[in-house]
Structure formats: structure tokens, C-alpha cells
Design a protein around this ligand. Structure first.
Ligand SMILES: [Zn+2]
Length: 209
């Protein structure tokens, strides 16, 4: 436990353990929000005794309609769907981060197939593919997963944000760091684009990402 949590976190946990009733659960829930998925899983096992629901489904111990399964990935319906046909693509390996998964390519191949099926079967106008990597990003289970959410004009799904103004100077600094990490080997060739008048006048409706 000592290597999973920082000294400050251990101190906070110690303080929480001395609180009583509602105050304790309130503070503990606030603490959980700041934890990584691994930490949340550890604490849940320690204090709540709950096991990973996706692993239970994989092992057949928890009932769920498995829509697809191969040696790396399974697909199920989300039990809290945002829209009809909202599915989760889940790696069979218990790992918290999709973006760090060694099976990332295989997972995304299935995501692409599922998204195509959504268009074909549900006849919707759009699909959102959503990964929440980390509790802050909305990840609810410490076993990574990808949402495939069918979208139609009149649905009630909201994925939105307010535009943030980022200083040009900050962007340039960030750009340097990112390029360094991504190791750009070849500059993209930018060809001059002929601007079509109608396109200039074309205005997007309010963006729903
Ligand atoms: Zn799991």
C-alpha cells in the first residue's frame, strides 16, 4: 500500500479513518475522486470487497449479453446507456488504462467494426467513440473500456465543453514538447487549398463532439 499511495495520501487516509459515519463516507468519496484507477481498485477491494465487474462477466460469473468476443476483446451493452445501443468494447486483460494497453490496436479494430455495425443496424446519423482514461476523465471501472455511443438528432446525450482561451506562447511551448515526444520524422506536406466560396459561407451548427 505504501508504494501505491503518496505520503500525503496515506496521511489523508489515516485522518479519514478517524472520522465517523456520514462525514467519513463523504471525505472518503472526495478522496476517491482524486485517486488513480489502480488506487480506487485497491481501496474498493480493501474496504468494499467488490471485484472487477468486467472480469466477472468475462469469467461468466456475472450475467451479461456478450455481443462479440475474440481472444483479446469483448463487447457488451452499457448498463447505464446514454442512447439505445450504447456499447462497451472491453479488453479481456484486466488493465486500467486503454491508452497504455498492449492490445490498443486490436481494441480499436473492434471499436471500428462496432461503430460500423451501429450505423448499419441502428440507422443513426452519428457515433461517438469515447475513452475515459483516468477517474478525472470519467473512468468508472479500473478495467479500461471504450464507449461506442449511437447518436441521433433528437437524443439527450451531452458531451460538451466551453471554449478555453490558451495563450499563443503556451501553445508554442507545448508544441515543442509534444513534437519532441512524438518524434516527428517527416514534415507534412501542406498543399495550397483552393477555397470554394460555398465552403467559406458554410457554417457548422453548434458543435456536438
Ligand atoms: Zn477486470
Amino acid at each position: 500500500m505504501a508504494d501505491l499511495f503518496s505520503k500525503e495520501q496515506l496521511k489523508e487516509l489515516q485522518e479519514i479513518s478517524q472520522l465517523k459515519g456520514d462525514e467519513q463516507s463523504k471525505k472518503f468519496n472526495e478522496f476517491l475522486k482524486k485517486c488513480s484507477p489502480e488506487q480506487v481498485e485497491y481501496l474498493r477491494k480493501q474496504y468494499g470487497g467488490s471485484e472487477c465487474p468486467f472480469c466477472l462477466i468475462k469469467e461468466g460469473k456475472l450475467k451479461s449479453e456478450i455481443l462479440y468476443q475474440d481472444e483479446n476483446v469483448m463487447v457488451i451493452f452499457d448498463i447505464n446507456p446514454a442512447s439505445k445501443g450504447h456499447m462497451l468494447v472491453i479488453p479481456l486483460n484486466h488493465e486500467s488504462s486503454i491508452t497504455n494497453s498492449k492490445d490498443y490496436g486490436k481494441i480499436m479494430d473492434v471499436v471500428q467494426r462496432v461503430a460500423k455495425v451501429v450505423f448499419d443496424v441502428l440507422k443513426v446519423e452519428g457515433v461517438n467513440i469515447l475513452i475515459g482514461d483516468g477517474v478525472t476523465a470519467g473512468q468508472k471501472v479500473a478495467h479500461g473500456y471504450v464507449h461506442v455511443i449511437p447518436r441521433s438528432e433528437d437524443d439527450k446525450v451531452k458531451i460538451n465543453w466551453e471554449k478555453l482561451n490558451v495563450k499563443e506562447k503556451d501553445l508554442q511551448e507545448l508544441s515543442k514538447l509534444i513534437k519532441e515526444k512524438l518524434k516527428v520524422v517527416k514534415k507534412l506536406e501542406v498543399k495550397p487549398v483552393k477555397v470554394i466560396k460555398e465552403l467559406e459561407e458554410f457554417k457548422f451548427k453548434e458543435r456536438i463532439p
